[in-house]
Ligand binder design. Structure first.
Ligand code: BYC
Ligand code: FE
Ligand code: FE
Length: 474
């Protein structure tokens, strides 16, 4: 599964044997580059960035590291190796051979899934467009750009599917993916969280920790798809995703580390005093966490969804680790517990498993999100400080699904509108918090130097030292 880099569009799908597709993609390529120049990282076109590029679709040793100017990054089409004799593993088509072409009766749903997934990728690049101007170090700047080019490639991955398998309307959707804009009033991106700003690096680390993790779980569900090209495409995307979540988890850990050092060295704990010393107090960090976590929970869709049931039953989108679950993989007679409001309190309610698949995936995400929080708390604990970070309750601050109609505290108590408004400033970032965080954002680009509010990482990239010149400005 080595990648052919002699082609205009690097690929491991024998693109040159399909002239129609090759032409369609070669027509789309300049529009993509135009989009990158307009909406990609601001002012970065001439920077030389120490980036990894995929050279093989094998899980081991698939990447090559070198300086690249981002517009010259070899975006291309990489699928995981096919699995001989693969079958559909769930739903009404369970046991049938996996589809190599789009089944006509499921075409509209499949296209919708591919378009929704594809839409998030350029959206995230747009959201992060200005962050390079306020990077806390060259190391962090390089990581931002690495993620940006890979999200760009994830767009390529979905555009390949649209152009190869969906004919004319696929080509139209591919164009539309370059036309919607994050946060635009007339042409917004499809999903809520992808229209929010990522205005500062604390938000960015929270985004890559939580929202890229939604990416992980959605991609895992799509990697189970009975439509084999989608499964193989998303499998390869997942190999890139791990680094994105690492950037978030380690970024937040470094912020915490730095704050704890200042708390210990200066023997202060009041937020005001910490702010005066130029670090982020942990209560503010908790509010940012609450915001990004709850906004990301909404990305999993409504807790009861007939769309989700259809996607599963028709074999398009599986569950997380579908083939490792011990049940019939059809779920017609199963139930699942979701949260519901009964007589003013939140209770668990059993509903048909098929309609609650969004909730099940959300629950997997919750479990996975908790692990990093535990590791962050270890950093605080090591400094002998009593503060602990928490994930807020699953029902806190929700906009999508049944829980959007109720006010819930971070502890999971149903509260009145009055109580919500009296306390929301302790729970979600305030204007004042955002102004403070913005005030910390200066540009640090001397190799080995870091902004005052964040500790250096333990290691550099790919064996390079922390003070390596990860980005060269020209
Ligand atoms: N915002 O039946 P429901 C990533 C709409 S992240 C706005 O629950 P469904 C990445 C919904 O469209 C992963 N609208 O919906 C991360 C529907 O509208 P209609 C992205 C929303 O379809 C970081 C209605 O509400 N991939 O890769 O079951 C950086 C009813 O909802 C939202 C995917 O999401 C929302 N949050 O579930 C870069 C995978 N949620 O039809 C990249 C593909 C729902 O009533 N997508 N609505 O007009 C899907 O599988 C599904 O579309 C969803 C939604 C799970 C997202
Ligand atoms: Fe992605
Ligand atoms: Fe990502």
């Amino acid at each position: 599964m080595n990648i052919d880099y002699s082609e205009k569009i690097p690929n491991n799908v024998n693109l040159s044997t399909d002239k129609t597709l090759q032409r369609a993609l070669e027509r789309w390529q300049p529009n993509y580059l135009q989009w990158w120049k307009e909406m990609g990282p601001e002012g970065s076109l001439n920077f030389e960035v120490y980036l990894r590029t995929a050279i093989s679709a094998d899980a081991s040793g698939w990447a090559h590291f070198d300086y690249v100017k981002m517009p010259d990054y070899r975006w291309g089409i990489f699928l995981a190796a096919p699995e001989e004799g693969r079958h559909i593993n769930f739903g009404e088509h369970k046991g049938e051979p996996a589809w190599q072409e789009v089944p006509g009766e499921h075409r509209a749903n499949l296209r919708r899934i591919v378009v929704t997934q594809g839409d998030t990728e350029p959206a995230s690049v747009e959201q992060q467009k200005h962050l390079g101007l306020t990077c806390p170090s060259l190391y962090d700047l390089r990581n931002l750009f690495q993620i940006n080019v890979e999200e760009g490639r994830h767009l390529w991955a979905m555009v390949y599917l649209l152009q190869r398998y969906f004919g004319r309307d696929g080509r139209e959707e591919a164009e539309a993916l370059l036309q919607r804009r994050s946060g635009d009033a007339d042409h917004p991106r499809i999903l809520g969280a992808f229209n929010e700003h990522t205005p500062d690096w604390l938000s960015y680390f929270m985004f890559t920790y939580f929202t890229d993790r939604d990416g992980k779980f959605q991609l895992c569900a799509l990697a189970e798809s009975g439509f084999d090209p989608l499964a193989r495409t998303t499998q390869f995307m997942l190999t890139e995703e791990a680094h994105h979540m690492f950037v978030g988890e380690s970024g937040i850990a470094r912020v915490i580390q730095r704050t704890c050092e200042v708390m210990r060295d200066h023997q202060v704990e009041a937020p005001d005093q910490l702010r005066a010393l130029g670090v982020i107090d942990l209560a503010t960090l908790q509010r940012y966490l609450n915001f990004h976590y709850s906004v990301t929970l909404d990305l999993f869709g409504a807790d009861q969804s007939s769309n989700a049931a259809t996607f599963f039953s028709t074999g398009l989108k599986g569950r997380y680790d579908e083939t490792k679950i011990h049940d019939d993989h059809v779920l017609k007679n199963d139930t699942y517990k979701i949260l519901a409001l009964v007589d003013g309190t939140l209770v668990e309610k059993e509903v048909p498993a098929l309609v609650s698949l969004n909730e099940r995936l959300r629950d997997e995400f919750v479990k996975d999100s908790l692990r990093g929080v535990t590791r962050w708390n270890k950093v605080i604990e090591r400094h002998g400080l009593p503060f602990r970070l928490h994930l807020p309750h699953k029902a806190f601050n929700r906009r999508i699904g049944a829980l959007n109609a109720v006010r819930i505290s971070p502890e999971g108590r149903v509260i009145s509108e009055t109580e919500w408004h009296a306390n929301v400033r302790y729970w979600l970032p305030t204007d004042e918090d955002r102004t403070f965080i913005t005030s910390l954002m200066g540009r640090v680009v001397e190799p080995g130097k870091f902004a005052n509010w964040i500790a250096p990482p333990a290691n550099g990239i790919k064996g390079k030292p922390v003070d390596f010149e990860y980005v060269r400005f020209n």
